[in-house]
Design a protein around this ligand. Sequence first.
Ligand code: ZN
Length: 73
Amino acid sequence: MSYTDLVNIEEFEKRENFNMERWDVAFYCKDCKKLVETERPNPQWYTFLCKICESKNVVIWTEEGLKSNYKLK
Ligand SMILES: [Zn+2]
């Protein structure tokens, strides 16, 4: 996988270290404005849908990184 497969991670630093398989990643929905669970409609794609609002506007990153980037509690 490459960064071009991912959406909406441009805000983050250290993306060269991103490894989804190795890291404990979390999902942040920009529409719900919180961490959410997601559906992955096609295992071939790195596309994730928010389970709450079904938006694709989902950011994939470490939970720690998301919390600090979006100032979540
Ligand atoms: Zn959502």
